[in-house]
Design a protein around this ligand. Structure first.
Ligand code: SIN
Ligand code: FE2
Length: 200
């Protein structure tokens, strides 16, 4: 396992071995069974290409009125709780007593992408964001704390975990593209990204 440090992002390459990846995936399948993936609308009226769900007290939601955290899935039910396997990754990498209240689940098919953005819907930016990659590789782009300027990109592979803390917590980032069929972890292909956040 190696750790890359790029613009404050701590990229733990190969943090999860094959069996840890499979266990996480099966826990996430259970979550998605109870809280099916949906495609949020952006406030600009376009559908996102990424499909989403969540676990924990809060899930992230977006529609014409804006971005926000909500305590229920669009189907009205509370989000399932965050699987222990997911919490263990947070514990191992942050060493914090405080635990995340949101595990956002992003599913990227081969054509999905996520534009450069900052994660800033949370109350306290001193807590890190932990991001887990499963399945097909995604090209992760990292920019600056303000919009624009030079960027650097790294392919995130299944089992890689990124910690965004310190300056990187508010650094622009996004996913430019997915390398189809680069992993066999997901039977139907695609990429799952889990982001763990302290929300309150
Ligand atoms: C995100 O920034 O919310 C997702 C990042 C990723 O998919 O790796
Ligand atoms: Fe993000």
């Amino acid at each position: 396992m190696t750790v890359l440090r790029v613009r404050g992002f701590e990229i733990h390459k190969g943090f999860l071995d094959q069996s840890a990846q499979s266990q996480l995936l099966s826990a996430i399948r259970d979550v998605v069974q109870a809280a099916p993936l949906f495609r949020p609308d952006t406030p600009y009226g376009k559908q996102m290409s990424v499909r989403m769900s969540a676990a924990g007290k809060y899930g992230w939601f977006s529609d014409m009125t804006g971005y926000r955290y909500v305590t229920a899935h669009p189907n009205g039910k509370p989000w399932p709780s965050i699987p222990v396997e997911v919490m263990e990754v947070w514990d191992a990498l942050t060493g914090l007593d405080r635990r995340p209240e949101c595990c956002l689940i992003n599913y990227y098919d081969a054509d999905a992408r996520m534009g450069l953005h900052q994660d800033k819907d949370e109350a306290d930016f001193r807590w890190p964001v932990v991001s887990i990659s499963l399945g097909d590789e995604g090209l992760f782009r990292m920019g600056n704390v303000t919009r624009g300027g030079k960027t650097e990109s790294v392919w995130l592979q299944s089992g890689d975990v990124v910690v965004m803390g310190g300056d990187a917590r508010l650094t622009y980032h996004g996913v430019d593209r997915i390398r189809a069929q680069s992993s066999t972890l997901l039977r139907g292909g695609g990429r799952i990204n889990l982001t763990l956040r302290v929300v309150e």
